[in-house]
Design a protein around this ligand. Structure first.
Ligand SMILES: Cc1cc2nc3c(=O)[nH]c(=O)nc-3n(C[C@H](O)[C@H](O)[C@H](O)COP(=O)(O)O)c2cc1C
Length: 172
C-alpha cells in the first residue's frame, strides 16, 4: 500500500529567532515533524542531513550557506531513502535559507524519481515565508505534483497546530 514519507532538513545550533540570535537545542523543523508524525503515525520519517556539517555559529553558517547558494552546490547527504517507490506522498520540510531551501534539499530532490508523486512542502522562516522555494522545487522535480505548501514562523514551531492541519489537508 502506498505510504507517506515525511522528509525534512533541520539544523540545531544558533539561529535567528524573533529578531535575535538564539541557540536551538532542537531545530524548528524537527519540532514540526514530531507534530506531523503524531497525526500520521504510519508515515515514515527521513532526516536529510549533510556529511559536511555547517557551523553552529549563526554568522558563520549564513556565510557558508550563501557560498553554497552562489555555487549551486549539491552537498553530499549522509543517507538515502531505501525504497522511494513505496511512497506516493512526500511531506517535505526545510528552513528558509536566503529565501530558498538549503542546497541539501535539492541534493535530495535530484536523487530520486518523483514522477506522479505528491510533494507537500512546508518551510519554517523568520519573515520570508516560502520565499522562492515552491518555484525552485517545481524546477527541480517538474514531474511531481507540488501543492501550495505551508509557511511556518520558526519561533512558533511549538505552537503550530493550525499549520500542521493545513499540511495534512494538502497531503490527503
Ligand atoms: C543560513 C541561514 C539562512 C537563513 N535565511 C533566512 C531567510 O532568508 N529568511 C528567513 O525568513 N529566515 C532565514 N533564516 C532563519 C531560518 O529559516 C529559521 O530560523 C528556521 O526556522 C530554522 O529552522 P531549523 O531550526 O529547522 O533549521 C536563515 C537561517 C539560516 C541558518
Amino acid at each position: 500500500m502506498a505510504k507517506t514519507l515525511i522528509a525534512f532538513y533541520s539544523r540545531r545550533g544558533e539561529n535567528w529567532v524573533n529578531g535575535g540570535v538564539r541557540f536551538l537545542k532542537k531545530g524548528n523543523n524537527e519540532i514540526i515533524v514530531e507534530k506531523i508524525k503524531a497525526q500520521i503515525p504510519d508515515a515514515d520519517v527521513f532526516q536529510i542531513d549533510t556529511v559536511k556539517k555547517y557551523s553552529d555559529d549563526y554568522m558563520v553558517c549564513i556565510e557558508e550557506a550563501k557560498e553554497e547558494l552562489r555555487e549551486k552546490a549539491r552537498p553530499e547527504l549522509t543517507a538515502k531513502v531505501e525504497n522511494m517507490d513505496q511512497y506516493d506522498t512526500i511531506i517535505l520540510g526545510y528552513p528558509c535559507w536566503w529565501g530558498l531551501p538549503p542546497m541539501a534539499v535539492f541534493t535530495f530532490l535530484e536523487s530520486y524519481d518523483f514522477s506522479g508523486k505528491k510533494i507537500v512542502p512546508f518551510c519554517s522562516h523568520e519573515g520570508s515565508g516560502m520565499g522562492g522555494s515552491i518555484r525552485q522545487i517545481k524546477m527541480a522535480v517538474p514531474d511531481a505534483n507540488i501543492t501550495a505548501g505551508v509557511a511556518i514562523h520558526g519561533a512558533s514551531a511549538p505552537n503550530c497546530d493550525r499549520e500542521v492541519k493545513l499540511i495534512i489537508t494538502q497531503a490527503k
